[in-house]
Ligand binder design. Structure first.
Ligand code: F0G
Length: 386
């Protein structure tokens, strides 16, 4: 597999896989793969991350838990657009992070690393803990204290990661983790790592593989802004390789209380101003200073996309509508559908990415739902309730 790393800012190229950012200008790096190598058919068969191996920059046998191949559900709504939800919550650890992690952890092993680390709002840590356990690596996760949903914390702990709860938000935790990696031989698995995003670009491949055509728009919840960048890259490669004729409009959705990308887009800027104290019920995207903002804004502008912000109430409403169609997602995941409904634009077809499973945040689900009715075990009383 031929590939190299390229800086998105100064355009210098590198052949050192252990880099996270550009050694010359500190810009974000992107993996440039040769799309001429693509050898898969988008025929709707055997869909999973490693089906697309010919475009994944890995040289050894992958560490895999059989991620990807998540269902694409059609959604009933009163709108004209043919709408689908891609349920990434049905990946092995319950979120889309597994796509990036199978590639990221495999890269760690390929580079001979024995220790891996991430800062996380929860899902990255759950996924990294799971895949490191599979690979036999030591995992360290840094979480914003008190702000991580219970299911995610349970996963990180149970899969044997050392969990450090930082008194501060995600942005602070990530700053510390990046500092740690610059001084120690511990492999960084946040989405600043360009190999993680390579795994996540397979969402784009799968959508076209499943639909048999390219949809007009993709709605993506945006936190650290890696996933929307990755999905855009996936569509770009499909177009370059001749599988599709156009790239869908990339539509980012942020929570009102954690909206730096929305603000930058609204002002026509291509750099963000960090939001100091991000706050939202959707803790997964409670991020004020997204590291991949530059990549995400490029993806949004160059695909003629946009950014929508949604309130916590709109997120919960969307979560409940999806739940009533049999699709159980955590709050951040519902933001893509909330964005679709809030700022409706008529597309022939669109896909909302649902990023994580309902069970990730059981406490929120219980809090916003009707409470169970407690009764005596008396048939007469119970039948009156039905
Ligand atoms: N949805 C969920 C459920 C997430 O966990 C995340 C990110 C996102 C959306 C946003 O994706 O960061 O690529 O823009 N969670 C990270 C984490 C930050 O640590 O688990 P993004």
């Amino acid at each position: 597999m031929e590939y190299h790393l390229g800086c998105i800012e100064c355009k210098k190229t590198f052949h050192d896989d252990s880099l996270y950012t550009c050694p010359s200008c500190n810009g974000l790096l992107e993996v440039a793969v040769d799309v001429g190598n693509a050898d898969f058919k988008l025929d709707g068969k055997e869909i999973k991350v490693w089906k697309y191996r010919s475009l994944l920059p890995i040289r050894i046998e992958p560490i895999t838990l059989f991620e990807g191949g998540t269902p694409l559900y059609s959604i009933r709504s009163d709108k004209e657009t043919k709408l689908f939800v891609k349920h990434e919550g049905l990946n092995p650890s319950g979120s889309f992070k597994d796509r990036g992690m199978t590639v990221g952890i495999t890269k760690a092993v390929e580079l001979g690393k024995t220790r891996v680390v991430c800062a996380s709002t929860g899902n990255t840590s759950a996924s990294m803990a799971m895949y490191s356990a599979r690979a036999g690596l030591k995992a360290y996760v840094f979480l914003p204290s008190g702000k991580v949903a219970l299911g995610k914390l349970a996963q990180a702990i149970m899969h044997g990661a050392k969990v450090i709860a930082v008194r501060g938000n995600f942005d602070t935790a990530l700053r510390i983790v990046r500092e740690i990696c610059s001084r120690n031989d511990i492999y960084l698995l946040n989405s600043v790592n360009p190999f993680r995003l390579e795994g996540q670009k397979t969402i784009a491949f799968e959508i076209v593989d499943q639909l048999g055509y390219c949809p007009d728009a993709i709605y993506v919840p945006v936190g650290n802004a890696g996933n929307i960048s990755a999905i855009f890259k996936g569509f770009k490669e499909l177009k370059e390789a001749g599988y599709i004729d156009f790239i869908p409009r990339m539509i980012g959705v942020q929570a009102e209380g954690a909206n730096p990308i929305f603000r930058a887009f609204s002002e026509g800027k291509n750099r963000i101003t960090p939001v100091g104290n991000p706050e939202t019920i959707a803790t997964a995207i409670r991020i004020g200073s997204p590291v991949n903002a530059r990549k995400a804004l490029k993806a949004i502008y160059s695909s003629d996309g946009k950014v929508i912000q949604v309130s916590d109430d709109e997120i919960v409403r969307a979560q409940k509508i999806l739940a009533k169609q049999g699709i159980g997602v955590e709050p951040a995941s519902a933001s893509s559908f909330a964005g679709f409904m809030k700022d409706y634009e008529e597309f022939e077809s669109a896909v909302c990415i649902a990023t994580g499973n309902l069970l990730k945040d059981p406490e929120e689900a219980v809090r916003v739902s009707e409470k169970p009715i407690e009764v005596e075990p008396d048939l007469e009383i119970i039948e009156k309730l039905l």
